[in-house]
Design a binder for this molecule. Structure first.
Ligand SMILES: [Mn+2]
Length: 458
């Protein structure tokens, strides 16, 4: 995938370590330029795709009809009260989907008149200079917020209850909001839900979830970047591992690459399972020391701009698969390719699962004894991918262009400490599918060849 020409000669690696880190094969030069942060925007400050977020709001209005839609942002978490492992703030996915804004404690309200005419309103907390000593600059109600979000009506948060009451009078109909375990604890939604409030309150989540399955162009730009960064993490790990390395060292190479290439955080805890741990599906303790002959399952995903990748590779710690490992690997790879080849609009993930399992049935031979290896493929083939690594959406829905799924068959043989999972991220197109994670080497030959190259991390 990546050309080696820009790397310094091996003998210079130590002298030029800084340069090697800057220009290594998992380098930022592989990515399109990152957007320039907008200082007035909170969070990562990435420019808001105003056209895309407006189109998403219009699609929601179209589906819900007259009434008022009120979507809360997330709040910051407390260093004292919560377990903070990265940032103290990650925006609510639904609020982000409709606004692109990373502001805490905000609300989006969309009015839909009986005529169908819709109007978005953004409510933002007043800025608090004393608090900003701790938090850094926030975005408050004002012209900056209007200009950067493309939402013409911006109000202070403390006027929300009063203005919302007026908007509900002039836009009769249900009040749609987010009803799920997380927002049940939102005091304002709690008040609306009380029986004596007399509000016809309905859940906007099912309609939003079905919309989120189909990614628009702006979403795909972010998701592709998360996936490209993750593929770079896979390549960096492939080059750098050796027997005797601890699993957490491999995790460090992966996550170093993520952050160096601008990922915001991991989309989920990195799974680096070596030897016997390769057969534990969600192993993420990553404390074992690798040994010669181990396979290592690396199931990793960077989050970038609120979107998460999910790419798994299974590599031999010493650079060469044994005959037995290779045979199982080729079986999993063949099943994955069969499912990728079958991916197209109209098919369901359940049908893809059957395609992969049929391949395994037909190609197991005696690899797993008398019977097919299928009984060691102990999880589902696919899940939706997007703002959540296991993204929202109905799995009975036939695939349509713009949907993104993972395709990840695996075979796990605990008695042999031999687990193989291969996972790619696949975009459904009008005519078939595109593998978005092709930047991570996938065949035995590609992986063994890359593992021969000099390590990125000495
Ligand atoms: Mn997955």
């Amino acid at each position: 995938m990546t050309d080696n020409a820009k790397r310094p000669m091996r003998s210079l690696v130590f002298l030029m370590a800084g340069l090697a880190w800057a220009t290594g094969p998992a380098g930022a030069q592989d990515l399109s330029p990152a957007p320039v942060p907008v200082p007035a925007l909170p969070g990562a400050g990435r420019p808001i795709e105003k056209g895309a977020t407006r189109a998403r709001r219009e699609a929601l209005v179209e589906r819900l009809g007259p009434g008022v839609i009120a979507i809360p942002a997330a709040s910051t978490r407390s260093l004292e009260r919560d377990v903070l492992q990265d940032n103290d703030f990650r925006q609510n996915d639904y609020f982000f989907y409709l606004t692109g804004l990373e502001a805490a404690d905000a609300w989006l309200v969309i009015t839909v008149a009986p005529s169908g005419a819709a109007q978005p309103h953004l409510f933002l907390p007043h800025r608090n200079p004393a608090q900003e000593t701790w938090t850094g600059k926030r975005i408050g109600p004002g012209p900056d917020a209007q200009r950067l979000t493309g939402i013409p009506n911006v109000h202070p948060l403390d006027s929300l209850d009063r203005i919302l009451a007026g908007l509900r009078r002039t836009n009769p109909g249900p009040l749609y909001t987010l009803l799920y375990y997380d927002t049940a604890t939102n005091p304002r939604i709690g008040r609306w839900l009380e029986a004596d409030a007399g509000i016809d309150i309905r859940n906007a989540i099912p309609v939003l979830d079905s919309a989120r399955v189909i990614k628009d162009e702006a979403e795909l730009v972010r998701l592709r970047r998360a996936i490209d960064i993750t593929a770079a993490g896979q390549r960096a790990a492939m080059r750098s591992v050796h027997p005797g390395m601890f699993e957490y060292e491999i995790e460090a190479i992966v996550e170093y690459t993520f952050r160096r290439l601008g990922a915001d955080r991991v989309g989920f805890p990195s799974i680096i399972g070596s030897g016997p741990n390769s057969t534990t599906l969600h192993y993420d303790t990553n404390r074992r020391r690798t040994e010669p002959g181990d396979l290592v399952v690396m199931d990793i995903g960077a989050e970038y701009g609120q979107y998460s990748a999910d790419v798994t590779r299974t590599i031999p710690i010493d650079g060469h698969y044994t005959d037995r490992q290779r045979a199982i690997y080729e079986l999993v790879l063949g099943a994955q390719q069969a499912a990728i080849d079958a991916t197209r609009p109209g098919i369901t993930v359940g049908e893809l699962n059957r395609v992969a399992r049929r391949y395994i049935d037909e190609h197991s031979g005696t690899l797993c004894g008398e019977r097919s290896c299928n009984r060691y493929f102990i999880h589902g083939l696919s899940h939706w991918l997007g703002m959540r690594v296991h993204d929202v959406g109905d799995y009975s829905m036939p695939l349509a262009p713009g949907a993104v799924i993972t395709i990840e068959p695996g075979i796990y043989l605990p008695d042999e400490a031999l687990g193989v999972r291969i996972e790619d991220d696949v975009l459904v197109t009008p005519t078939g599918a595109v593998v978005l994670s092709a930047g991570a080497p996938r065949t035995v030959a590609e992986i063994e060849a890359l593992m021969q190259k000099e390590p990125i991390v000495p």
